[in-house]
Design a protein around this ligand. Structure first.
Ligand SMILES: [Zn+2]
Ligand SMILES: [Zn+2]
Length: 529
């Protein structure tokens, strides 16, 4: 049977025979958290859920790396924030004065949407962990075994570390920076570290005070042991040969006597082909996603391909293709539509199963996204009218075909309204100009060539005489009218768009005409007010 990669990871982990699995994720709070670096959280959650599915105990934890130094001022903060460069995020104030700290300001948007994605995790703060003593034991072990750690690091370094190097970075008492200090001595009896800072300060600090942190690769290994981590997804930068994971794995095993977790490296997500960058303001957040698509669709985006496969996200026109695909997969999962092939059908169902947020949920009422971009622009924010347009154009799948607007359950109505608002937001924020239109309330002042006028008149007669229930039938008969006037289709359609929209382009003509009020179209094509 075909398995999803998430299922394979869970199956592998089951073989570990541990009492409880802990899936760790971590995010550096160096600015806005985006869909690229929050993959950690999505993957960890999915693995945790799958482990429960197969009868294992599991917990997902999320560690906010909020004790690391600020290296670049994140977008959209003013340049004046460069005075905080080198200071731990945990000591920097909220840029807008809306929260208690810089950290809270940037982690809140992620924490706020966890429920929408059905993500359950225990959130921890690196800063708090240093302050409350969680790391104390690991710090002491690391400082005692410094010679071994130095040796491990040196295996991967071109230039060996200094003989007095310590795996610890104190926060300077004087200037508040952590990336400018060098620890050079450890007094075991007093738990004290002596350090020098680039600012000229020479000081001592107590390792239990929280005013400093372990070097990253040692810290990573330490937290695996502290929390009993058995699996952790992380960006591919940590996965390079001789990179963070390789080194932390050895430290975990040799220094802390702890089996390193099952690694799940993942590839970055690009935005319109560019690397996401918090400092450049190139990013797309899960919150932004929820403005234009359901939570399941972001899950689908992440889980439809293997984690190391490159993913590019484009919120503009390509998003409609993406949503077409998501809609298809969802409909196949709920047996509303057939898959292109049996093999694809199995694949679709498997991916949707992983992307689905509440298993066992009923088919959501989500008429095709792309079609709604047209229906919404015709009907405006009027769900009943939009429903009528959708129905008239045979865009309802089999479970809804026979239904009227009034038959929708409260849940279906909610889902419908949510989709309409997604479409509205997409049109406003990302929809390119050529998909936008507005039905003109009055006949536009323009002159059409006679043959185009005659075509419109005949088309009006056709619409008046015959009842059309499908866009295909109307499309075919429209071509007959075009032919009878010897008109090129393009010229005929342009006449329609000009008369109704006051522009040369528009959505697919037959479906567009069917979506409008019949009396209105007939009159307009005859140029009657
Ligand atoms: Zn704030
Ligand atoms: Zn200093």
């Amino acid at each position: 049977m075909m398995k999803h990669w998430i299922e394979r990871i869970a199956d592998d982990l089951k073989q570990w025979n541990v009492e409880k699995h802990v899936i760790a994720s971590g995010t550096s709070i160096s600015g806005s958290i985006h869909i690229g670096n929050s993959c950690d959280v999505f993957i960890a959650n999915a693995v945790g859920k799958q482990l429960k599915e197969i009868g294992e105990k599991s917990e997902t934890i999320w560690i906010a790396d909020d004790h690391d130094p600020l290296r670049k001022v994140p977008h959209p903060l003013p340049e004046s924030y460069d005075k905080y460069l080198g200071m731990p995020y945990s000591n920097i104030p909220c840029p807008d004065g809306c929260c208690d700290s810089f950290v809270e300001h940037f982690e809140k948007p992620l924490l706020d949407v966890l429920d929408d994605f059905g993500i359950e995790l225990t959130a921890k703060s690196g800063f708090e962990m240093y302050r409350d003593g969680t790391y104390d034991e690991s710090i002491k072990i690391s400082l005692k075994k410094v010679a071994e750690i130095r040796k491990i690091f040196n295996q991967y370094r071109e230039h060996p570390l200094a003989d007095d190097w310590l795996p610890y970075n104190p926060i300077c008492d004087e200037c508040g920076r952590v990336n400018t200090t060098t620890a050079y001595d450890y007094n075991e009896n007093r738990d004290e570290i002596s350090y020098k800072c680039e600012c000229g300060h020479d000081g001592t600090m107590n390792i239990t005070s929280g005013n400093g942190k372990l070097t990253w690769r040692v810290e990573w290994a330490a937290r695996w042991k502290i929390f009993g981590v058995t699996c952790e997804p992380f960006g591919k930068d940590h996965a390079a040969s001789g990179g963070s994971y390789d080194v932390s794995k050895i430290i975990s095993e040799e220094i802390f006597d702890y089996k390193a977790p099952y690694p799940v490296p993942y590839e970055w997500i690009t935005l319109n082909g560019d690397a996401m960058s918090k400092s450049q303001g190139v990013f797309f957040s899960p919150q932004q996603w929820l403005e234009i698509g359901p939570a399941e669709s972001l899950n689908y985006f992440i889980f439809r391909s293997k984690p190391m496969k490159h993913k590019d996200f484009t919120p503009n026109m390509a998003f409609l293709d993406f949503m077409d695909q998501f809609d298809k997969v969802e409909k196949v999962f709920f047996s509303e539509e057939d898959a292109p092939s049996q093999k694809e059908g199995k694949k679709f169902k498997k991916i949707y199963e992983i992307a689905q947020i509440h298993s066992g949920e009923a088919l959501p009422f989500r008429p095709p996204y792309r079609f709604l971009t047209v229906a919404y622009q015709i009907a405006g924010n009027n769900p009943e009218k939009i429903f009528e347009i959708v129905k008239k154009n045979s865009q309802l799948t089999k479970s809804f075909e026979e239904k009227e607007f009034g038959d929708l359950t409260e849940k279906e109505l909610d889902e419908f309204n949510q989709r309409i608002s997604h479409v509205k937001n997409w049109l406003e924020k990302y929809g390119p100009k050529f998909v936008k239109f507005q039905v003109m309330k009055k006949i536009p002042r323009l002159e059409l060539p006679d043959e185009q006028k005659a075509f419109l008149k005949d088309l009006a007669n056709l619409l008046e005489e015959k009842e059309f229930n499908s866009a295909e039938t109307l499309h075919d008969e429209m071509y007959e009218v075009l032919n009878s006037h010897g008109l090129k289709p393009q010229k005929g359609f342009q006449a329609i768009y000009k008369m109704i929209l006051g522009q040369k382009q528009g959505p697919k003509a037959a479906s567009f005409i069917l979506s409008l009020d019949k009396d209105f179209v007939v009159k307009r094509l005859r140029m009657e007010e």
